[in-house]
Design a protein around this ligand. Structure first.
Ligand SMILES: Nc1ncnc2c1ncn2[C@@H]1O[C@H](COP(=O)(O)OP(=O)(O)O)[C@@H](O)[C@H]1O
Ligand SMILES: N[C@@H](CCOP(=O)(O)O)C(=O)O
Length: 335
């Protein structure tokens, strides 16, 4: 079987842990049953090829544990053009792929909603996994607190939390763990992802965020988020409205020191950069996401040049490249 999962961009400015979108860049898993489990990898970066240490295989074991089952042996080829640790959802896509693979190998027949609920337990937030799973542009919430991930849950035979056990533990009965709502995107809006040549692990980028926020900052984000959900799908693209509604006070400024040049780049706007409709940190970064209707290459080149004027810890210029992407239309596809 072939499993195709889009990359994602999460947050889109004010929607920290709430909004995500699938992007037209795809992780592909090719899986067949075999006598022993083997992994091969092509694409960007490197990942462990020992099934014990490989993230996709570990998550597949977690799913088997959730159903008190044992995975059969399989041969897996991973083709991954999604840069690792750059804020384009490589881990979210890998999690969706792993759950879909376990579903197929065990014949579980999970729905996309069920896949999402398991993915949210693994990832600890719903935005990037929901974007990858459903494609397009989505908004979501989780119905109860999520436990901190425990590596023991990937040891075959372990007792693990499931969506149902969490809902029961928190007295939320008769529904799914995650609510996901698809939103419209005006097809004239394209994405430019400017990808610096350094990695920023999401775990580090989350560790620098405060535990609580002022009422003012929460209202700042909520009010913009509400406008953004409509503005992106509106028939007429209002660049200035999208731009203003993508401002954020919950995560970007706290992460700015981890991405040299971010504060300068985020000052680009529809007046200084015609065609630009919005600009934000993609996921946990360091990639910058621009939503734009025109001048996509010019915008990408401008930001690559801006990053070049910044220095990393060793005093070297920050190299980056850009990709022009569409919003993905299908989410997870299994053939
Ligand atoms: N296709 C893959 N196969 C195995 N591991 C992966 C894959 N994609 C991502 N990962 C794991 O996820 C890590 C990156 O996750 P994370 O820090 O959340 O960044 P990202 O923003 O790319 O999701 C990688 O270092 C790797 O351990
Ligand atoms: N809301 C999360 C999103 C992380 O996405 P990723 O693509 O960086 O994995 C966050 O901002 O921490």
């Amino acid at each position: 079987m072939k499993i195709k999962i889009p990359a994602s961009t999460a947050n889109l400015g004010p929607g920290f842990d709430v909004m995500g979108a699938g992007l037209s860049l795809y992780l592909e898993l090719t899986v067949e049953k075999s006598d022993i489990t083997t992994i091969s990898y092509s694409g960007l970066g490197t990942v462990p090829l020992d099934p014990k240490d490989n993230f996709i295989c570990q998550i597949a074991v977690y799913v088997a544990n959730a159903f008190n089952r044992t995975l059969p042996h399989y041969k897996l080829h991973i083709n991954n053009p999604i840069p690792l640790g750059r804020g384009l959802g490589s881990s979210g896509s890998a999690i969706i792929g792993a759950i879909a693979m376990a579903d197929q190998l065990l014949g579980l027949k999970l729905s996309k909603q069920e896949i999402l609920d398991y993915a949210v337990i693994v990832e600890g937030h719903p935005d990037n996994v929901a974007g990858s799973l459903f494609g397009s542009f989505v908004t979501c919430f989780v119905r109860c607190p999520l436990p901190k991930w425990n590596d023991d849950w990937c040891v075959a035979g372990s007792k693990v939390p499931t969506p149902m056990s969490l809902l029961q533990e928190h007295n939320v009965i008769g529904t799914h763990l995650t609510q996901v709502t698809p939103l419209k995107v005006n097809p004239a809006i394209k994405c430019v992802a400017i990808i610096p040549e350094f990695t920023l692990l999401t775990s580090l980028a989350r560790s620098v965020l405060p535990d609580s926020y002022s009422r003012q900052d929460i209202i700042f984000n909520m009010s913009r988020l509400n406008t953004l959900t409509f503005a992106i799908g509106a028939e007429h693209v209002e660049h200035q409205v999208i731009y203003e509604s993508m401002q954020d006070k919950i995560h970007q400024s706290y992460r700015a020191h981890l991405v040299p040049g971010l504060s300068t780049v985020l000052q680009l706007n529809p007046t200084t950069c015609p065609g630009l409709a919005g600009i934000c940190l993609s996921g946990a970064g360091p990639t910058v996401l621009v939503l734009a209707t025109d001048n996509l290459n010019e915008i990408g080149t401008t930001i690559v040049e801006m990053f070049k004027n910044e220095k990393d810890q060793n005093g070297n210029a920050i190299e980056s490249r850009y990709l022009i992407l569409d919003f993905d239309k299908s989410g997870l596809v299994i053939q």
